[in-house]
Design a protein around this ligand. Structure first.
Ligand code: GLV
Ligand code: MG
Length: 356
């Protein structure tokens, strides 16, 4: 067991000290691109300013014979990258793949000073994070990387979900978690064949209507689709909150269904997530809209905070009771509005907030 006093000591001589708090930087959408694709690389200068996070994907969806090209393509993008509001992340190959070590080695050596976060897929337990943590410390020391690289884990195996709290608490490098619904479905032996979203067969139906009660028969019974991901997302949100790190919805694969995508993203937002993946440019605007509080919500939150004065006691506003707990919720919304506005003057104007 390590002493808690050592938790913030670098894991290799010469590595930078781990951060004590995960910096909150807007990350409403983590926009995936395939760096092996020359056409996509050419679009990076146009797309980067429109997203909070641009992620060079090296893992699934990049074919085995394109892995080297994807790594090289991301290095090319990283070398030309100017650090600014948009963060540069990567998703490396999984720890059990033949590519992980080469990915991390090459990226740290070539663009370790440009990358903000390394997303590690298929994390199953704290031991995976400990391995990545030590390896990154060694590479940071070797290369002379001054800012510690942060780690984001994808929750996409049953064992990962069972260990979610210890994964989040495994290292001060942990930045956040994403739901990986496609791999998770396969690993759990769910019977879906899609990437995220609901399923029309996952229902709860009202009771049978007895004969003679008017509208009898199954046609009179209403069925409601349930959310396949609620349990996992809720566990993720609590685990992340416990560790002071950030939860994200992952991918929504039905690009032709923006409404379904928006609903899934909004459920995640309301539950506590800060962002989601965008797999197609059309999902960027959806994530931006959903993960930025509505101006009316921000105005309401401001009103509650103002009328609650020192934040204790109770007041009635428009017939709704406000107290110490609602004022805390309103502060969450206001803080998010301020954090997002700092990098987005348009949003700041919509909220009536000043930008720095
Ligand atoms: C993402 O990686 C997923 O498996 O859903
Ligand atoms: Mg996956």
């Amino acid at each position: 067991m390590r002493s808690p006093k050592d938790f913030f000591a670098p894991l290799a001589l010469g590595a930078p000290a781990p951060l004590r708090e995960v910096p909150f930087r807007p990350s409403r959408m983590i926009h995936f691109f395939d760096p092996s694709n020359e056409r996509m690389r050419a679009k990076v200068p146009d797309i980067a300013p429109t997203v909070d996070v641009l992620l060079g994907n090296l893992e699934d969806a990049v074919s085995a014979d394109s892995k080297d090209a994807a790594r090289a393509g991301l290095i090319e993008v990283g070398k030309a990258w100017e650090r600014g509001h948009t963060q540069l992340w990567t998703r490396v190959n999984s720890l059990d793949s033949p590519w992980f070590l080469d990915d991390v080695w090459a990226l740290c050596h070539e663009i370790g000073d440009k990358l903000d976060v390394i997303m590690v897929p298929k994390v199953e337990g704290p031991e995976d994070i400990h391995y990545v943590d030590r390896l990154l410390a060694q590479l940071e020391a070797r290369v002379g990387i001054e800012q510690p690289l942060l780690v984001h884990a994808i929750l996409e195996t049953a064992r990962g979900v069972a260990n979610v709290e210890s994964i989040c608490l495994a290292s001060p490098r942990m930045q956040g978690l994403s739901l990986g619904p496609a791999d998770l479905a396969a690993d759990r032996r769910m019977k879906t064949t899609r990437v995220g979203g609901g399923h029309p067969g996952y229902l709860v139906r009202t009771d049978p209507v007895p004969e003679g009660d008017g509208d009898a028969g199954d046609g009179a019974r209403t069925a409601f689709q349930q959310d396949l991901w609620h349990y996992t997302l809720a566990r993720m949100v609590d685990a992340c909150g416990t560790a002071g790190i950030l939860p994200y919805y992952g991918p929504f694969g039905d690009i032709a269904d923006p409404v379904g995508c928006e609903d899934q993203f909004r459920n995640a937002y309301l539950l506590g997530c800060v962002g989601a993946w965008s797999l197609h440019p059309s999902q960027i605007a959806i994530a931006k809209r959903v993960f930025s509080p509505e101006p009316a919500e921000v105005a309401w939150a401001q009103r509650v905070v103002t009328e609650m004065g020192d934040g204790t006691g109770a007041v009635m506003i428009d017939g709704k009771m406000q107290d110490d707990a609602t004022v805390k919720q309103c502060r969450v919304v206001l803080q998010l509005a301020r954090d997002l506005s700092a990098a987005d003057p348009e949003l700041a104007a919509a909220y009536g907030l000043e930008t720095a």
